[in-house]
Ligand binder design. Structure first.
Ligand SMILES: [Zn+2]
Length: 57
């Protein structure tokens, strides 16, 4: 199941609300960095298959 269709190419940073660009092949649990505030973020998935980012301090 391709992730790309589920979250598009952007998810919102929980720290600064900027849109974080994603390549589309990231996996759940993968770490990405917000390009604006440099916060390490984990890609998470809800039970309803929605993807979101969570701070990973
Ligand atoms: Zn941010």
């Amino acid at each position: 199941m391709p992730l790309k269709a589920s979250y598009g190419n952007y998810l919102t940073c929980p720290m600064c609300d900027v849109e974080v660009p994603l390549a589309g092949d990231e996996k759940t649990g993968e770490q990405v960095f917000c390009p604006y505030c440099q916060t390490p973020l984990l890609l998470k998935r809800t039970k309803t298959d929605d993807y979101y980012l969570e701070e990973d301090f």
